[in-house]
Design a binder for this molecule. Structure first.
Ligand code: NCD
Length: 304
């Protein structure tokens, strides 16, 4: 039987202590001599059934830096496109030698079901609107780099919360480190059920901004449906876009995050995205050590 400690389906499966431990290991990975493993051939399968730039490439970079080898499925040009199920695809990768499988799928339960059926350690690289655990970890690492500790800090997550798997994983990661989380969204993009997770809900960005230490701006998930007819892009931009005028309401120490891909001038202006408070490039860079730590754990190599 596989140890469940190898899978990473949702951050809420992990105790806060385990989240801290993974972040600590990710921090160590930044200074490891690479490749970490030289005497073995370990394969990691990658199945991306939804588009990806940052996540898929940083998994490949992480696997390279560990000294393992990626088996990367091209979803459009594989038997996946002939109707082979995700589970059969994963079993095929396992038979070829994958000891860990990284999966991104539109179905939010896919990673969970693979984790139950596969001997390989399964890593969720984004499932529906529900979870994106490695993004939550890399966002948390970026904030730890900035503040050292998140105890007593307030982080705002702004925009299409309703359809954001990033928001859901960020909440768990930030809270595990002691931060207070405020979700800022118009009614049609808010998820009121998340108030049960101990977060605060706010509808006015201008009211929330002065109280924040960090802010994560979200992309409108157009590919997940048109959303509410009440949504009007012009009004959204007027009330929620982070631009330099609005930034003037914030503390001078506020840092700005965005998981990417950005729709420049919609949820964030270029002036802010490329400005001195932006930590967006740092987030992308942190994706590599975070995924090294997560893949190491999925291969059963993590110590302790
Ligand atoms: C996010 C995703 O795919 O959930 N992107 C990412 O992985 N960095 C966010 C998004 O698509 O808006």
């Amino acid at each position: 039987m596989k140890s469940v400690d190898r899978d990473l389906v949702e951050l809420s499966d992990l105790a806060p202590e385990a989240i801290r431990k993974l972040l600590h290991r990710a921090d160590q990975m930044r200074t490891q001599q690479v490749p970490l493993w030289r005497d073995s051939v370990r394969h990691v399968g990658l199945i991306f059934a939804e588009p990806s730039t940052r996540t898929s490439l940083s998994f490949v970079a992480a696997i390279d830096r560990l000294g393992a080898y990626p088996l990367q499925l091209d979803a459009e040009n594989s038997s996946f496109s002939k109707g082979e199920t995700l589970l059969d695809t994963a079993s095929t990768l396992e038979s070829i030698g994958a000891e860990s499988i990284v999966v991104r799928d539109g179905n939010e339960m896919s990673a969970r079901s693979l984790a139950e059926h596969c001997d390989a350690g399964v890593i969720n690289a984004g499932g529906g609107t529900r979870a994106h655990p490695t993004q939550g970890l890399l966002d948390a690492l970026t904030l730890l780099d900035e503040f050292g500790d998140l105890e007593g800090k307030t982080v705002g997550i702004v925009g299409d919360v309703l359809r954001s798997r990033v928001a859901r994983s960020d909440i768990v990661a930030f809270q595990a480190l002691g931060a207070r989380v405020v979700l800022v969204a118009p009614d049609y993009f808010q998820d009121k059920t998340l108030s049960e997770a101990g977060v605060e809900l706010e509808s006015k960005l201008d009211d929330a901004l002065p109280h924040l230490d960090a802010i994560q701006m979200l992309r409108i998930q157009k590919e997940r449906g048109d959303g509410d007819p009440e949504h009007n892009l012009q009004n959204y931009v007027r009330d929620y876009r982070l631009d330099e005028r609005r930034l003037a309401l914030a503390r001078p120490s506020l840092v700005v995050l965005h998981p990417g891909p950005m729709n420049r001038e919609v949820e964030i202006t270029s002036g802010v995205a490329d400005g001195p408070r932006s930590r967006i490039r740092q987030q992308v860079a942190n994706g590599v050590p975070v995924r090294m730590a997560v893949v190491e754990r999925a291969l059963g190599q993590a110590s302790g």
